[in-house]
Design a protein around this ligand. Structure first.
Ligand code: SF4
Ligand code: SF4
Length: 386
């Protein structure tokens, strides 16, 4: 990837590389739950050995030296790592703002207290639904909902700012009012009502998960009504509503631009510009073999889609490319087979019909929750073998 030169409308071909402000540490792909919309790779069961505690220490230290300020611990379920408190402690020592992104399964009052002691700043707990039965069906665990409720209460009791995250889709979005009521009752500081984005297992299950336009519009309207009510009541709870790309006419500025702010390290040490990028036909560096400095500034993978010179038409000569960078490379690859193409979410893309067809399919879909393919080791191994 050339580092100099100009693109068609005098933008630098590769803008000056920014700092990797956000480090996402995907500590493990192990997880006791099996959400059918999980963004982990379909072949997670075949991935290599997890990084050791010391290897994570080095990753965190090098990224911090390069300017990283936010550190997220995710997975899989990060709580299955026995060294999580140690990793949090090291993150704090290095000066990061640390965030634990968890399903709440495996969390205990003692762990919450130990993480606080280690310096954890923030906890995000994900729920599958506001209804116990649907939540447990989607999670694949009969105890999940009760455990999540207990842990959300415990997180608040220990004085953490708390984000509750609900991935919404056609099977739970009609209960958006109950979801919001539950979050308010749990005293969440922020509620992320994130309509499913179609990567990993969600892409596999798209027909059974994509809501209809009517479902989405209703949910957004109700969310806005609750926002107004909460504000009028002086309740500080903030509702964040994320629409799915599939109902947009322009793509999102994915990761704020390839290799511009985000740096993800996967359980086996593969470094990625976003957590979905592993599926792309691009060689990505591994932290076992390279310094973070090399990975961020010099590796082929992180430079592959920086700047504008890689873009074919219609993005190349488009006057909106500085806003969205051509959209999501993973979505372009999954839907068109070529990661360089414009994200087909864009109405200017020749492949936008794929998105229109998906919306149309959503109007007629009738898959039940039982018919979805759940994210678990067995299904992952079947996918690897096929
Ligand atoms: S989305 Fe569900 S299955 Fe995937 S890591 Fe999170 S809790 Fe586990
Ligand atoms: S053509 Fe490309 S750059 Fe222009 S709006 Fe669409 S995706 Fe963005």
């Amino acid at each position: 990837m050339p580092n100099t030169g100009s693109s068609s409308n005098n933008l630098p071909a590769t803008p000056e590389v920014g700092l990797p402000l956000w480090l996402l540490a995907e500590l493990t792909y192990r997880c006791p739950l099996q959400c059918p919309y999980c963004s982990n790779p379909l072949d997670f069961a075949a991935q290599g050995q997890e990084l050791s505690t010391e290897q994570w220490f080095r990753v965190m230290a090098e990224a911090r030296e390069m300017g990283a300020a936010q550190l997220g611990f995710s997975g899989g379920e990060p709580l299955v790592r026995q060294d999580l408190a140690e990793l949090i402690g090291e993150g704090r020592r290095l000066g990061y703002y640390t965030n634990l992104i968890t399903s709440g399964i495996g969390l205990t009052e003692q762990k919450i207290a130990a993480f606080k002691e280690a310096g954890l700043d923030h906890i995000q707990i994900s729920f599958q639904a506001s209804d116990e039965q649907v939540n447990n069906l989607l999670a694949g665990s009969k105890k999940a909902f009760a455990q999540k409720l207990d842990m959300a209460r415990a997180v608040k009791a220990h004085g953490y700012p708390m984000v509750l995250n609900f991935v919404t889709h056609r099977h739970n979005i009609d209960k958006i009012d109950r979801i919001i009521e539950l979050c308010v009752a749990l005293e969440a500081d922020f509620v992320e009502l994130a309509t499913c984005q179609f990567y990993g297992w969600a892409h596999l299950n798209r027909v059974g998960l994509l809501p209809t336009r009517a479902q989405l519009e209703r949910a957004e309207r109700i969310t806005n009504e609750y926002r107004a009510k909460l504000q009028a009541a002086g309740n500080p709870c903030k509702l964040i509503f994320v629409t799915p790309d599939y109902y947009e006419e322009r793509p999102k500025a994915c990761m704020n631009g390839w290799g511009s702010v985000f740096l993800t390290v996967t359980p086996d040490g593969t470094a990625l510009p976003c957590h979905g990028a592993r599926q792309l036909p691009v060689q990505f560096p591994n932290v076992r073999e390279h310094s973070m400095q090399h990975i961020w500034y010099d590796s082929f993978g992180f430079n592959r889609f920086r700047g504008y010179d890689w873009m074919p038409e219609p993005c190349r000569s488009c006057d909106e490319k500085e806003k969205d960078f051509g959209g999501c490379r993973c979505q372009a690859f999954m839907l068109t087979g070529d990661a360089s193409n414009a994200d087909p979410v864009c109405a200017k893309s020749a492949e936008h019909g794929i998105i229109l067809k998906a919306r149309e399919d959503a109007e007629h879909a009738h898959q039940t929750i039982d018919e979805l393919t759940f994210r678990n080791e067995r299904n992952s191994r079947v996918i690897v073998r096929s």
